[in-house]
Write a protein that binds this ligand. Structure first.
Ligand SMILES: *[C@@H]1O[C@H](CO)[C@@H](O)[C@H](O)[C@H]1NC(C)=O
Ligand SMILES: *[C@@H]1O[C@H](CO)[C@@H](O)[C@H](O)[C@H]1NC(C)=O
Ligand SMILES: *[C@@H]1O[C@H](CO)[C@@H](O)[C@H](O)[C@H]1NC(C)=O
Length: 377
């Protein structure tokens, strides 16, 4: 039975890759077609499509071999923290966008291009403003919403107030992939959290995060966002970086990091239920990235991977999990066989499996409806 499942999955992945690589961009009309819709992408390095290229920051991915499998750039780095497409890229393609959402900070994010969506994601960013200080610069979620407020006015100018409102409420999906850095590059950092962990219990820190996120989502709602998908925090205790610095075995994960993620995720679920009730006309969909990624990590061989612990590109320790991916990194033989591209981020092969579940999966991983249904609302 397992073999049949894997075959089916592989067949799907192969047909999906062939389908998207051959037709994507190929016959896209230049003029904006409103039926295609837009995605406005908020978050961290899991979805950054190049914003950090324009920031003086220590968190950057616009260097080889990042992007080596990204067809639209001919394998050149774009600022994405993976070898190919991010989950947001894949979901955007599947929902019919003819172009990837442009990075807000890129010179291309002007004129009609923004009607296909804008990407505000930033490596190192978090819900909390202080998150990612270690990188010197990054766009936190508060700033990302400020930027959307600017985009919002540009859309008014392009479409007129009434059409703009309709476009945002009906044709646009707002995805938010954030929270991991609030733990990895804030609360769990021994030195830089200066006191956060001493003065704040996990409960209080998670409480703070949820309150900030509630404000951020409510601000987006006031700016006419209605269709939301919010990812919970993945099993951050299982990434090669955490496994390496904590000197774990192949199939172990760091308990504290995963415990914090689970705690936050429980509160996030309640928050979204609350917002679904309190904000008329809005739909908040929860993407259960934690369970989905843990399933892929636990049963990696069923999904065609040979390892879920070792980074494909990176150096240091047992799992190549200390030094980020760059020109001097060693790289694995077969990129499609690693769940993790680098010490922190999934490979495109893993992103394809995750995106497929978010698009078409059931309530175990995406609730109360999947993204295909959210789009059709
Ligand atoms: C911006 O547009 C130029 C010209 O159309 C293109 O070559 C370049 O790849 C675009 N950059 C991004 C980040 O999309
Ligand atoms: C958040 O940080 C930005 C700089 O990254 C700063 O401009 C802004 O004032 C800060 N916001 C709050 C609420 O502290
Ligand atoms: C958007 O920006 C305007 C100023 O241009 C401000 O008055 C308004 O409060 C902002 N809205 C949100 C939701 O941040």
């Amino acid at each position: 039975m397992a073999v049949v499942k894997v075959r089916k999955l592989l067949a799907w992945v192969i047909s999906f890759v062939m389908m998207t690589s051959s037709s994507y961009f190929g016959d896209a009309a230049d003029d904006h077609n409103e039926a295609l819709g837009a995605s406005f992408v908020f978050g961290d390095s899991l979805v950054d499509a190049g914003n950090n290229n324009y920031l003086p920051t220590l968190s950057k991915a616009n260097m080889r071999p990042n992007g080596i499998d990204f067809k639209a750039s001919g394998g050149n780095p774009t600022g994405r923290y993976t070898n190919g497409r991010t989950i947001a890229d894949i979901v955007g393609e599947e929902l019919g966008q003819p172009h990837y959402a442009v990075p807000y900070l890129s010179p291309n994010s002007t004129g009609k291009a923004i009607l296909y969506g804008v990407n505000y994601g930033s490596g190192g960013g978090g819900v909390m403003n202080a998150t990612g200080r270690i990188f010197v610069n990054r766009l936190g979620m508060d700033v990302q919403v400020d930027y959307f407020n600017i985009t919002r006015k540009q859309i008014d100018k392009l479409l007129g107030a009434s059409k703009a409102r309709d476009f945002l409420m009906k044709e646009s999906i707002f995805s938010i992939t954030i929270g991991a850095n609030d733990f990895l590059n804030n609360y769990l950092l021994p030195v830089l959290s200066v006191g956060a962990r001493i003065t704040e219990s996990p409960d209080a820190f998670v409480d703070d995060m949820i309150n900030h996120l509630r404000d951020q989502l409510t601000r987006l709602y006031r700016l006419d966002a209605r269709k939301f998908v919010i990812g919970n925090v993945g099993p951050i205790g299982c990434i090669p970086y955490q496994k390496t610095i904590n000197q774990l075995n192949e199939n172990e994960c760091v308990e504290l990091a995963n415990k914090l993620a689970i705690q936050y995720n429980g509160r996030l679920k309640d928050l979204l239920a609350q917002l679904n009730e309190n904000l008329p006309g809005a739909t908040f969909v929860l993407a259960n990235v934690y369970d989905l990624v843990l399933e892929v990590i636990t049963n990696y061989d069923k999904y065609g991977f040979t390892t879920a612990s070792r980074a494909c590109c990176g150096n240091g320790g047992q799992f190549a999990g200390i030094i980020p991916c760059g020109p001097t990194s060693s790289m694995c033989q077969d990129r499609s066989k690693h769940v993790f591209w680098d010490p922190y981020h999934p490979s495109e092969a893993a992103n394809l499996i995750i995106a497929k579940q978010l698009l078409d999966g059931d309530r175990k991983y995406i609730s109360p409806m999947n993204l295909r249904r959210l789009r059709a609302l």
